[in-house]
Write a protein that binds this ligand. Sequence first.
Ligand code: AMP
Ligand code: MG
Length: 402
Amino acid sequence: MTTVAEHQAAVRALIASHWRPMTEQVPTGAALGRVLAADVTSPIDLPPFDNSQMDGYAVRAADSDGLGEASTGRSLRITGHIAAGDPIRQLEDGAAAIMTGAPLPLGADAVVPVEAVGRPGEFAAVGDAIELRAQIEPGAFVRPRGSDLAAGGVLLTAGTALGPAQLGALAASGVTTVPVRARPRVLVISTGAELAEPGEPLRPGAIYDANAVSLSAAITLAGGVALATGVYSDDPGHLRMALEAAGPVELVVTSGGVSAGAHEVVRDTLAPLGLTFDSVAVQPGGPQGLGAITVSGFPTPVLCFPGNPVSALVSFELFLRPLLRGPRPVLRLPLAASLDSPVAKHQVRRGRITADQTVELVGGPSSHLLAAYARSDALVQVPVGVDHLDAGESVEVWRIDE
Ligand code: AMP
Ligand code: MG
């Protein structure tokens, strides 16, 4: 029997020996969810110029020297009015009314908020005066040029997943295209004579194909492009035909037909082509196959997951997702209730993180309980060597609620 770590390493080695790192340049606006293939630097200072953090008055802080509790105020004449979008001006003397985001005039080094000298929203006109009442620190209410990031600085590092904040930062830097990892094309094949396409009438003895949809969705969320097909048969000839009809892909993932039954279509078809089939010490997800075959003229890695819908998804989480997208967020949380686990196997249970930060199991260990999985937001990892855990004992928990 193979350990989870051994099978993870075998899958990693298989994929590493077939995939070259592939990069493409995409428009920033179309890069949501993509993963950066290289560091991206900002070509400009962020912000690009010193600007006001408040609606107020741009002043020289030195003009407030000596002001304090005891002293009377000091009058400054308003010599200008600067709105956001105006060019950078010079503060000759006195003070200039300035709006949030407007460029600080040369010669000024601080901003006094409008409410500190009068009523909010009521600005002194050019030629009028304002009264400073307190000492002003140089730099007060100024957002200095480059204070978020200096030009040439690394804005985002390779491997960063691009979400709203990352895309916004790229846009703020004026970066219009970014290098991202190319999406691997993954052919997903469900197998089994009992399967029916959702939407078709369900004949007695048949079940709907859950795995084509669930594995495709998992692959898409992990950054791949899923191409799903169903081989609703246990005839090796049908699976061979589906593989021969496939276009070029970077990976094939099958589900079903790998255990110890009399009609194991994936094993019967692919073992003669050189794939190896093994029992991994994990529950669910024990029977696994891997290797490479020729698809559309190219040597292509193949991963064979078991057919039970929970086994298929757990197999994806353990063996494929880390390579496509990286590890899930890992927590250690106390169990809400006790559990039992086969001592010789790594057990993966479905769970839900409670409001008081414990984890409660959802459904039993059986691998057909897909509706229970659908109510879960976590996978509870019970290692080999553990046969029982009491309520309150801490376990490793992977958050899967992405
Ligand atoms: P197998 O791995 O082919 O022995 O299948 C194990 C169990 O999973 C059987 O009960 C199958 O009916 C079920 N199963 C296999 N493939 C799927 C699928 N694509 N969707 C839902 N259930 C499946
Ligand atoms: Mg089957």
